[in-house]
Design a protein around this ligand. Structure first.
Ligand SMILES: Nc1nc2c(ncn2[C@@H]2O[C@H](COP(=O)(O)OP(=O)(O)OP(=O)(O)O)[C@@H](O)[C@H]2O)c(=O)[nH]1
Ligand SMILES: [Mg+2]
Length: 449
């Protein structure tokens, strides 16, 4: 519940700079004092008042709207005051200084949301969704952040936690009754329930992975020999003349990054220097950077001039072994090959021409498929790597528990695995947290959130 020993905090909640309106937010016990001294009169809860804001000497700093949300029916769960002044950085600063002089301190980044979490107004996944909503760069990302904020993701996780609690009770009861004739665990029911739980975990992981792609965007690196058409592809995908394209080998040296969207799916596309031996000092450095980008890619588009196809495996010798690579056989307008997608022994291959645009639709489609992105499905919620990690740990624990049961009939080990799975899932909603986790989550918020 609300801890009234907490300090009162304040911050400018609107972005820095000039605007029509600027909002200052205050939360904590001293809100009543601020109302008395800055507004000079009491105001009723949740009603808008147009009032002067007074400085210490009784002069008027500004006039604007004041709103009072008494605890616990406020965003933070504490007394909250919002002052809407004119959006002048100078006025807002004076007003903030006036409030800070009354026993209030500046809020840390994310502190309003953190108090909201600590006072059980929202859970951790919802708090993160607030930050993700504000930072979302596509409409789809904003929509899915909104879904997480409404609690869609948390509800799914909580359902799984409830099932785990139920299963733990069952297994622990079975352990206690071990001397009895009946062996609960040898019945099929628990196997079925565990398998179903695993299925649901996998389904949530799939959706969460999509949510993570929506939030962070995949990093796709275009690599290949000089002159294959890498920079031409970057320009085509980004829809602008981002990179220099010439008929000379070794045109690109620096890494070029473009942020693009395919039907609302965000992608970071990186164009790189053509890979070859030799070259001058500058080109060598470009190639070193290209390799570094390849090492950090989620997916590499290996661009091949179709006229020289067939000798590109050596390029990949020192690439990470599990790195997904798609071969793009470019310039089919010169070789007469049909555009198409092929699943070969060495992976997916798309024949295309950047020049005519043939096959580019297939590439776009493939990128969406690779990311597991389906803009038709409206039930994606925003998710973070932290959530994926927790889901993966829960999955591993349940799978391991099931295995212990089937192979060794080891009920104690199963019980321990179910406990681990439950605590992993509880990290998502913050039912189980550490101070370190909270610092990491809220430290990345802006001030005033
Ligand atoms: N005919 C044809 N020419 C293409 C195609 N794609 C690219 N080119 C041409 O190939 C040449 C090289 O293209 P770039 O995009 O600069 O190739 P790159 O892979 O970035 O080359 P480097 O930066 O030197 O590594 C240019 O003259 C392009 O116009 C294609 O599909 N068909
Ligand atoms: Mg280039």
């Amino acid at each position: 519940m609300t801890d009234f020993t907490q300090e009162t905090i304040a911050a400018i909640a609107t972005p820095a700079g000039k605007g029509g309106v600027g909002v200052i937010r205050v939360s904590g016990k001293r809100v009543s004092v601020i109302i008395e001294l800055v507004l000079g009169r009491p105001i009723e809860a949740r009603k808008a008042y147009f009032l002067p804001f007074f400085d210490r000497d009784g002069s008027i700093l500004d006039s604007g709207i004041a709103l009072f949300f008494p605890a616990p029916r406020s965003f933070t769960g504490e007394d909250v005051l919002e002052l809407q002044a004119h959006g002048s950085p100078v006025i807002l600063d004076l007003l903030l200084q006036r409030i800070l002089s009354l026993g209030v301190r500046m809020a840390r980044p994310g502190e309003f949301s953190e108090r909201s979490f600590l006072n059980d107004k929202i859970d951790l996944a919802q708090a993160e969704a607030i930050a993700d909503l504000i930072e979302s760069s596509t409409i789809q990302a904003a929509r899915s952040a909104q879904r997480s904020l409404q609690g869609d993701f948390s509800r799914l996780v909580n359902t799984l936690i409830d099932e785990l609690i139920h299963l733990r009770m069952y297994v622990e009861a079975a352990i206690d009754f071990v001397d009895e004739d009946i062996n609960f665990l040898s019945e099929g029911a628990i196997h079925v329930e565990l398998s179903q739980l695993l299925q649901r975990l996998k389904q949530i992981q799939r959706t969460a992975r999509q949510g993570c792609v929506l939030r962070d965007g995949l990093t796709v690196v275009i690599a290949g020999r000089p002159n294959a058409g890498k920079s031409s592809l970057l320009n085509l995908l980004s829809g602008r003349d981002a990179a220099i394209v010439t008929e000379f080998e070794g045109t690109t040296r620096d890494l070029l990054r473009e942020f693009i969207q395919i039907d609302g799916m965000p992608l970071h596309v990186i164009d790189t220097a053509g890979l070859r031996e030799g070259g001058d000092f500058i080109e060598k450095e470009g190639i070193r950077r290209a390799r570094e980008a390849i090492n950090h890619a989620d997916l590499v588009l290996l661009m091949i001039d179709d006229r020289q196809a067939g000798n590109d495996d050596d390029l990949m010798l020192d690439w990470p072994s599990n790195l997904p690579v798609v071969r793009l056989r470019n310039k089919i307008d010169l070789t007469g090959r049909e555009y198409r997608k092929l699943e070969t022994d060495s992976g997916v291959e798309i024949s295309m021409s950047v020049k005519t645009g043939a096959g580019v639709g297939i590439l776009r489609q493939y990128l969406k498929q690779f990311a597991g992105y389906d803009n038709g499905a409206g039930d994606v919620f925003i998710a973070r790597r932290r959530h994926l990690d927790a889901l993966a740990r829960a999955d591993e624990a349940v799978a391991n528990g099931l295995w212990q049961l089937e192979k060794n009939n080891a009920a104690e080990l199963l019980a321990e695995d179910l406990r681990l799975a439950q605590s992993a899932l509880s990290e998502i909603t913050g039912a189980f947290t550490t101070e370190d986790l909270l610092d990491r989550v809220f430290g990345s918020f802006c001030i005033g959130k």
